[in-house]
Write a protein that binds this ligand. Sequence first.
Ligand SMILES: [Zn+2]
Length: 319
Amino acid sequence: MPELPEVEVVRRGLARWVRGRSITGVDVLDPRSIRRHALGTEDFVGNLEHATVQDVVRRGKFLWLPLAMNNTLESTPAELPKVALMAHLGMSGQLLMQDPHVQDEKHLKVRIRLSPAEGMPEQLRFVDQRIFGGLFVTSLVPTPDGGPGGLGETPLPEIAEEASHIARDPLDPYFSFEDFYRKVKSRKTGLKRALLDQSVISGIGNIYADEALWRARLHYARATDTLRRPDAERLVEAVKDVMNAALAAGGTSFDSLYVNVNGDSGYFARSLNAYGRAGELCGRCEEMGLHSIMKREQFMNRSSYTCPVCQPRPRNGRW
Ligand SMILES: [Zn+2]
């Protein structure tokens, strides 16, 4: 699965190339990739054709393009339902900007043709090898807190319906520490479970949860109701730091003419301190002259990587 920084790189790239352009045509080459659009191919295409892409917005790993309808009817814009094109990348979904003369990719599923603009590719292509991802048109609804729906170029208090139940992610400028801390304290769970809970904080996957916990020197099984404010503050800062570091690394490894993301964890040159480092020395302990070996433990059918010295396991789950 792409992690949050990868999805943010896609959002930025797309915003640069598709904002303000209208959709002139849509080719659905594989209906499986629009199976989440319940009303079928004709309805999907009908919703997109002649619409203008207003923005590219993201909350957590949800990514959507709010659309403005260029209709010629005498209705005012306020009367039109507000819709967005939702892009779900799944395991292997990619969004590519391409010129028409570029040969179709092997796993090209949907081609969206855009109004010509100087120096800009004319097609947005959805390529997906494993078909877990997909595109669909969805409704935009008012945000529960009245703030912007997510991270976009023009903040509007509307959000794609599917994303409206999830909390803001740590890259969102409207992310609230107080809201996060209140939710964490009220849950009777372990800290890593809370970090992976999209209703507490969105967009954190297994890799960045381990990285942030290591950076904040907290154990994944720490009981959330024992978390003190300074611990929580350190954790949120750690989450933001690991995300921003990944974003900085990814932002340089990606060709600005070519919006691309896939599920390969090797896509971003990650420098990881915890995840995947079982059996290796803890870098922080080593700097302090300590010899501590990182360990891997089973957690929620996956793995958790911790340093037994600087992230000690809480006794009986409590501190
Ligand atoms: Zn350590």
